[in-house]
Design a protein around this ligand. Sequence first.
Ligand code: L34
Length: 285
Amino acid sequence: MAVVISGKELAKSKKIKMAEEVKAFETIYGRLPHLAVILVGEDPGSMSYVKGKEKACQEVGFMNTTIRKPNTISEDELLAIIDHLNNDNLVDGILVQLPLPKHIHSEKVIQAIRRDKDVDGFHFENVASLYLKQPGIVSCTPKGIIEILDSISYPIEGKNAVVIGRSNIVGMPVSKLLLDRNATVTICHSRTKDLASITRQADILVAAVGKANFVTADMVKEGAVVIDVGVNRNLETNKLCGDVKFDEVEPKASYITKVPGGVGPMTICCLMENTIECYLKHVKE
Ligand code: L34
């Protein structure tokens, strides 16, 4: 029987603390942190996550602008919006919700966001800072995963961490963060041979594959900590599920996160933290 770590509850308590801080900020610095979110199109997942971000901004007391555009928007129009937000001194953070429609070059759009407003931590310089252990904005999902492990005071040092998935958004950065905590990290992916023999060595197993029910009980070591990063949406039922076959993996794990209610809410919580970080740089300039 595992302890189910509630990312939702953890995020809730962290947001209450942030709301207190933010209240004080207004008196000290004369304005509130401001997060701008751009949502292109009507992907049900993206719409839901952006709603979550708006709600979190309300909860912590940020100013929030969400710009919604149809998926017919051109790359130039989108770049013009970013340019405008880059130059708005009252905007601290800019986030373009991914994925973008195919006719838009996502990387070009993401890199157009000023580094000091890059609350996602996707800017080349923020990515480089992570790998060179320099100060910078760390992207929200990997940061949230580490906060989840810290919430149970899990001693990461010396442990075997296995990350399934090598994306720039989750797999790669969370691997680096775990390595920085002195875990022995193995990154697995679609070409990995005998995946289960590797994942069975994991004290910490991070599933960021993007395939429902991908991680089964036979892949998990007794007593492992299992972090499910999957956001797989059943388009018919609109239900969200993770990468882990929860019912069979849970009895083997010592700690486990669930989808929904696990990593997702912590992603949003870390977005709030990153916005505060950018805001404090701006008001102290
Ligand atoms: N630019 N694009 C950018 N930044 C990000 O950090 C994201 N991500 C991913 C998709 N695209 C992005 C998110 O915000 C995934 N993601 C995200 C954020 C929040 C939640 C899930 C994914 C979340 O709150 N999930 C809830 C359930 C919400 C629902 O039911 O729709 C949960 O409890 O898991």
